[in-house]
Design a protein around this ligand. Sequence first.
Ligand SMILES: [Mg+2]
Length: 360
Amino acid sequence: MLSRAVVAATSVVSVSAGNPKFWGLKKLSSCSLCSSSSWNLLCNRSWNTNKCRRMANYTTRALAQPLTDADQLIYSVETFIFDCDGVIWKGDKLIDGVSETLDMLRSKGKRLVFVTNNSTKSRKQYGKKFETLGLNVCEEEIFASSFAAAAYLKSIDFPKDKKVYVVGEDGILQELELAGFQYLGGPEDGGKKIELKPGFLMEHDKDVGAVVVGFDRYLNYYKIQYGTLCIRENPGCLFIATNRDAVTHLTDAQEWAGGGSMVGALCGSTQREPLVVGKPSTFMMDYLANKFGIMKSEICMVGDRLDTDILFGQNGGCKTLLVLSGVTSLSMLQSPNNTIQPDFYTNMISDFLLPKVATV
Ligand SMILES: [Mg+2]
């Protein structure tokens, strides 16, 4: 049935840059690819990143199969993790059959979790979006990368007397506030300009111990310089990215520069690589597995993007299902240039309502 195997994609693994002497760092989790702890990743990132890549490159993965027996997949899984845009909704429009599908899965006792790399909203704000769309989803089931940034800082006991500088939008600020961290930047710095005069020097807060970078429609030179100064000049300052998505879908007419473009600006100026807390890094998967006490082999990651959602599921050791209701077409999945193969693919999640019917 499987005529050939393909080489799995080189995985993106959470790596942190720079000075390992920051405060209170403790072992977080294991790297799914090399079984190294996050502490080791942080201290030996080059070695471990290379090792992870080598191992990933030697991993072969069968071609994705169409989902022909939804019942079997549902039976074998305890938890479904859903990406949101392109899976649950498109922009502000609910995808057909989602509500009935989620109800059916809940009636079978499945745990449902919703994970998004979009950091512009907090969990509370996403909760309102689900409600507006008529979906019964509580905040505890939602994990946005804005929350992941705050959860990461909590997990390393980031000192409460230190501050976080934010290049990003309101969602990150709200999650930092909820977690009890001091912060500055964000939308407030969106209108700030720099007047370059002879001898001009920008001051920055020496108590900033972490710079969090997420998607930011109001990125400007002020923010880039401020974040750069914190990372380069404050000893032990962390560089955290909510995600490195190349593109995002602000409108349905074209692809727009994604969070990776903001992160890239700071990478360029600091010559540092960030610690990524969103997909496809395993931080959120490890967090979810620990929080709910779930075996990763009993999780199915459902998403519409190969390089974030499917890689996220594979990096976490989960089953993976690609839906074609978002950015990935069947021809993209089956292109010889594509090296990321999910376990299964199907048109949309409402295909779960049609067990044992091949719909693709
Ligand atoms: Mg998506």
